[in-house]
Design a protein around this ligand. Structure first.
Ligand code: ZN
Length: 87
């Protein structure tokens, strides 16, 4: 009688472990990994006019012909717009 009880406990523990390990193996990737995108405010981008590199969050965001372009300063944005209108 006692031996059957011990086997039952062992089987239950094995089942519990398999269930736990299986859950860890087949669990979907954490939401933190999915949220990590290529676009970030700390991204280093290049001014298309003067060629200077700057942090996206420090730059000036401009929309030219429906495209969002980032510039290092308002002056570069103005110059870029003027240079385009002359062409
Ligand atoms: Zn610039």
């Amino acid at each position: 009688m006692g031996r059957i009880f011990v086997y039952a406990v062992i089987v239950w523990i094995a089942y519990f472990l398999v269930k736990k390990v299986g859950k860890a193996l087949f669990a979907p990737s954490s939401p933190r990994d999915q949220a990590r995108g290529p676009a970030s405010d700390a991204e280093l981008i290049r001014d298309p006019l003067c060629g200077a590199y700057f942090l996206k969050q420090k730059g000036v965001k401009g929309v030219v012909e429906g495209q969002v372009i980032h510039f290092c300063s308002e002056q570069c944005y103005d110059k870029y717009l003027k240079s385009r209108s002359h062409n």
